[in-house]
Design a protein around this ligand. Structure first.
Ligand code: TMP
Length: 252
């Protein structure tokens, strides 16, 4: 790592460094895993490399389909160079199937297919436990402008359609996921953070067993075992599927 790189911020799953270019930051993906607002801590061996690989491929694929992301390139397998953005303090969750906190808070049965995707905003604030926001609370706290909320909602739904299709081709069901957005120096909204088994619920479409089908961080949250194998399988399926698509396009 260059001597110009200084640690800017250390989060639960990633470390952010400055680079010699103020418009570019370096993200280092860690093997550390946390759940339930860091009440549960552990390590998922090689998670940094796997999540960086999965996120990078997904960001690149979304870019090709017109979504602006912060992704630039990978100097090493567990590092991502990204465009510097100011992260909006929002966790944007999109749900296609009821799971997790939606089931807990509404009583909907696990696995209920939602009639349309649900977009939810959570306040990205660890000390408050990332609470679910109402739109009045979001504006009360000035977390984003109405225009930004409109843009983000539209982007989140568009990204959901694109990701659902990518995962469908991987024989994986995209149950729900969390996105973060940032604003760059030209006030453009870019998709930021990561998209990985840490931030998505992914079910193996060929499995019906409620534990065996889980290919995401729920394996760690619920002590289901074989966490690394599940992440590796997601990475492999994504790489294979996207490679196959590129070959088909080249032959066309
Ligand atoms: P939830 O059902 O616990 O609200 O989670 C919804 C989705 O958001 C799920 O795919 C996991 C992801 N998520 C994060 O990425 N970070 C978080 O801190 C939480 C709570 C959920």
């Amino acid at each position: 790592m260059s001597i110009d790189c200084q640690k800017l911020y250390e989060g639960k799953a990633k470390i952010l460094y400055t680079t010699e270019d103020p418009e570019i930051l370096l993200t280092d993906f860690k093997d550390d895993a946390t759940a339930f607002n860091a009440q549960k801590k552990g390590t998922i061996i090689d998670k940094g490399r796997m999540n960086c690989g999965i996120s990078s491929k997904l960001f690149q694929t979304l870019e090709l389909q017109g979504i602006k992301t912060h992704f630039i390139d990978n100097p090493t397998p567990n590092q991502m160079r990204v465009r510097a953005v100011k992260i909006l303090p929002l966790e944007v969750v999109v749900r296609n199937i009821a799971a997790g906190s939606l089931c807990k808070q509404t009583g909907l049965e696990l696995g209920t297919v939602l009639p349309q995707p649900l977009v939810e905003f959570y306040y990205k604030n660890d000390s408050l436990g990332d609470p679910l926001l109402t739109s009045d609370r979001l504006y009360l706290l000035n977390l984003a402008t109405p225009e930004q909320v409109d843009t983000i909602t539209h982007l989140a739904l568009q990204i959901n359609k694109l990701l659902q299709e990518i995962f469908r081709q991987c024989d994986i069901i995209l149950v729900d996921f969390k996105l973060e957005f940032g604003v760059d120096s030209q006030q453009q909204i870019l998709l930021a953070d990561e998209i990985s088994p840490d931030t998505c619920r992914l079910w193996d479409a060929s499995e019906t067993d409620p534990n065996r089908r889980v290919m995401d961080k729920d394996r760690f949250r619920k002590d289901l075992g074989n966490v690394e194998d599940a992440y590796q399988e997601v990475l492999q399926r994504i790489l294979q599927t996207i490679e196959q698509q590129n070959q088909n396009q080249a032959n066309y």
